[in-house]
Ligand binder design. Structure first.
Ligand SMILES: [Zn+2]
Length: 223
């Protein structure tokens, strides 16, 4: 946002946002969409009012950042333009490094928000406000956060304790921030997404263990 000579520093951006808000949609429309409590921060409901992005910024504390190729995701303004109410669980079918490389490639045509390693490290590659191409289903992509896990579906030993623990902390963080219920309708397998032919995370992914860990994390760090 550019600064104008003579404008006071704190008044400028606020006035601009309010003018856009009231001028673009009307206060009643915005109030109806957002509710009074959210009116204060409803400026992101406006088309094109993208929030600032800073290279290297992450949504989950502890994640590292590597940018996926812009060809593999779509800029959005979630949860303003799309409600986020699903987590899709994936398995990479390759190493951590090869998955990071794949998402960085403009020819891969897919990405996920996060990759969790067998050692528990987490790489974020697409911001949660944006739509990653991870599930093969447009509307599911628009409403979900995609989490990849380093390993192969037919190798149960790949799903280490460190991987489960790190992913559960991440999933709990996502569930808390968007109010997503921790159950199998809202935290689902890629193989359960309509229209996909992918089989991940496969029969060795321990859902009871995973959701149990997510619930424990949530209980330990309430909203
Ligand atoms: Zn997948």
């Amino acid at each position: 946002m550019g600064s104008k000579a003579g404008a006071t520093p704190e008044a400028g951006p606020r006035r601009t946002r309010r003018a856009l808000l009231f001028g673009g949609l009307g206060v009643f429309t915005v109030a109806a969409i957002a509710g009074h409590d959210e009116l204060r921060r409803a400026w992101w409901l406006l088309p094109g009012a993208g929030r600032p992005r800073k290279e290297g910024e992450v949504d989950h504390v502890g994640a590292e950042w590597t940018s996926a190729s812009p060809a593999n995701w779509r800029m959005a303004d979630r949860p303003g333009d799309y409600r986020v109410d699903r987590i899709v669980v994936h398995v990479t079918q390759g190493s951590f490094a090869s998955s990071v490389d794949a998402f960085r490639s403009p020819f891969h045509q897919a990405s996920a928000h996060y990759i969790v390693g067998q050692d528990g490290r987490i790489e974020q590659m697409v911001r949660e406000m944006d739509v990653a191409f991870h599930s093969g289903n447009r509307s599911m992509n628009e409403r979900s956060v995609g989490i990849e896990h380093e390993g192969f579906v037919d190798r149960p030993q790949d799903f280490t304790q460190a991987l489960y623990a790190a992913s559960a902390r991440l999933a709990a963080d996502v569930c808390r921030r968007y109010g997503i219920p921790v159950d199998r309708s809202h935290v689902l397998a890629h193989s359960e997404v309509r229209g996909t032919d992918h089989t991940d995370p496969g029969p060795h992914w321990d859902w009871d263990r995973y959701l149990g860990l997510v619930r424990s994390e949530l209980a330990a760090t309430p909203a």
